[in-house]
Design a protein around this ligand. Structure first.
Ligand code: SME
Length: 160
C-alpha cells in the first residue's frame, strides 16, 4: 500500500506538486496503461478534497469510453461534443464548470455532482483521453486546479 496523503492545510500549488510527485512515482516504468490510470484515479480520489468522482474516459473509435475511476458507477460511452467530457475531448480545451446545472448538455452520472473539471490528455497533438473530476460543491474547481490537473495530464500522457 502507498500512502500519499498531502500535508494537511497545504495550498493548492503544493497539493498539486505532491500529487504530481506521487503520480510520477506510481507510474514510472510501468507499461500497463490501465494500471496507471487506475492508480492515478485513486490518487486523485485520495489526495483531493471535496470530490465525488475522479477518473478517465478514453477516446476510442471516435467516442469517449469509461476508463478507470473512483466514485459511483458512471455512463459508459459519451459522444464527442456531448456533456462536459465530450466538450473537452472535441475542443482539446480544459472545461471548468462552476455549476453543472448551467452547462448545456451536462450528463448527470451522479445527481450529487454540482461542479466539474475536465482536462484533455494529449499525445502527439491529439486527444487520447480526458481526466474528469466531479465535486458535490458549487464552484469547487478554479484555475489552480485546472493547472494542476493539466500538469498531471501531461505527465501521464505517455503512460496510459
Ligand atoms: N458529467 C460528465 C459525465 C461523466 S461523469 O461526470 C463521471 C459530462 O457531462 O460529460
Amino acid at each position: 500500500m502507498h500512502d500519499f496523503r498531502p500535508t494537511p492545510g497545504a495550498a493548492k500549488p503544493e497539493l498539486y506538486a505532491d500529487l504530481l510527485l506521487a503520480a510520477d512515482a506510481l507510474t514510472a516504468g510501468e507499461p500497463d496503461g490501465v494500471a496507471n490510470m487506475a492508480n492515478v484515479a485513486a490518487l486523485m480520489w485520495d489526495m483531493l478534497p471535496q470530490v465525488n468522482w475522479t477518473g478517465f474516459y478514453r477516446l476510442i473509435g471516435g467516442e469517449l469510453v469509461l476508463g478507470p475511476f473512483a466514485g459511483r458507477p458512471a455512463c459508459i460511452r459519451i459522444a464527442l461534443g456531448q456533456g462536459v467530457c465530450g466538450a473537452a475531448a472535441a475542443s482539446g480545451q480544459t472545461q471548468l464548470v462552476a455549476d453543472v446545472h448551467a452547462f448545456p448538455g451536462h450528463i448527470a452520472c451522479d445527481a450529487a455532482s454540482r461542479s466539474e473539471l475536465v482536462v484533455p490528455v494529449m499525445r502527439d497533438g491529439a486527444v487520447i483521453a480526458v481526466i474528469d473530476l466531479d465535486s458535490p460543491d458549487l464552484a469547487r474547481f478554479d484555475a489552480e486546479d485546472a493547472a494542476g490537473i493539466e500538469a498531471l495530464a501531461a505527465l501521464v500522457a505517455s503512460r496510459i
